[in-house]
Design a protein around this ligand. Structure first.
Ligand SMILES: Nc1ncnc2c1ncn2[C@@H]1O[C@H](COP(=O)(O)OP(=O)(O)OP(=O)(O)O)[C@@H](O)[C@H]1O
Ligand SMILES: [Mg+2]
Length: 291
């Protein structure tokens, strides 16, 4: 079994009578890109804030790289890079000073700061803003800076709360590439986003939550099959006739194609999965009622 980089067990957070996170059990494999999706108010940011030891749970527990964020915040912060959904206010700091501030907070050697800041700014494409005030940055630039900040101490686990929101198309593509590179380095990336087409492309695993509860989790294609009892395959024949099949799993899909062409000798001109992606799955399993 693969080791979990992040685990939550019956994790619960209540705000008065509202249960923001409700008995959440998550197992996030080491080295995965794990997408947490869910409607507004589902409890994604609250879960992330608990992992980052910013918010303490009401019940249950969490574990990041083997450490408990509510009792050992220090160890968790050494291993975890957190990008919150909103960048804190740090007026009167320049971009480079902002990153140096976090380098200092992580007790990195002062002599390493300049090289580190150079590298991070290059990584997120903010070199030209090195001496600009943080407050003067555009929204997307602040997102880029927040990502650089999450990477300051080269953490094993990244928790990114809607990192793509506000980014222009090029920056979003670059973000995807960057996340792929981080994964190739063996890091675990936990990410939330409402851009489901991107999540589908990027994530090795996804979990869908609503009203604090986990509705489904697993590999994107696999949970779709499980919840719907299979996916639709559309087959078009040379004469224009269209056939539809419900198929569970990749292997069954290959078997179907083989049967149609080899065994039955049909003139198949098109064979495709019906586009019921993550977006459709999301619509199927969530209700969209705000609590
Ligand atoms: N500090 C707080 N005090 C009271 N209620 C809160 C607090 N923080 C979050 N909540 C509530 O908890 C629920 C979950 O919020 P959360 O921010 O975790 O959702 P989310 O899944 O991140 O939503 P979104 O997609 O809109 O970012 C919401 O109903 C929210 O109003
Ligand atoms: Mg949120």
């Amino acid at each position: 079994m693969t080791e979990a980089a992040v685990r939550t067990v019956a994790l619960t957070k209540r705000y008065g009578s509202l249960t923001a996170v409700d008995g959440l059990d998550l197992e996030i494999p080491k080295g995965s890109v794990f997408g947490l999706i869910g409607p507004n108010g589902a409890g994604k940011s609250t879960t992330f804030a608990i992992l980052a030891s910013i918010v303490s749970p009401t019940a249950g527990r969490a574990e990041v790289a083997g450490f408990d964020p509510s009792s050992d915040a220090r160890s968790v912060r050494r291993h975890l890079g957190y990008m919150p959904d909103v960048l804190g206010v740090y007026d009167n700091l320049r971009v480079d000073e902002y990153l140096e501030f976090f380098a200092a907070a992580h007790e990195l050697r002062r002599s390493s700061w300049t090289g580190l800041v150079d590298g991070l700014l290059e990584l997120v494409g903010l070199e030209v803003k090195r001496e600009a005030m943080v407050e003067s940055l555009s929204r997307g630039m602040k997102q880029r800076l927040a990502l650089a900040r999450a990477l300051v101490h080269d953490p094993d686990v990244l928790v990114l709360d809607e990192p793509a929101s506000g980014l222009d198309p090029r920056a979003r593509v670059e973000l995807r590439t960057l996340l792929g590179e981080l994964r190739a380095m063996g890091k675990t990336v936990v990410i939330s986003s409402h851009i489901l087409t991107e999540m589908e492309e990027m994530c090795s695993h996804v979990a869908i939550m609503e009203a604090g509860r986990l509705l489904a989790s697993g590999e994107p294609a696999e949970i779709g099959d499980r919840l719907r009892g299979g996916h639709q395959v559309v087959v078009r024949l040379a004469g224009g006739e269209v056939l539809r099949y419900t198929v569970t799993g990749e292997e069954a899909q290959r078997d179907l194609l083989h049967r149609l062409i080899v065994d039955e000798g049909l003139p198949v001109v098109e064979f495709r999965e019906e586009g019921a992606g993550l977006e459709q799955l999301f619509m199927d399993v969530t209700e969209g009622t705000l609590q």
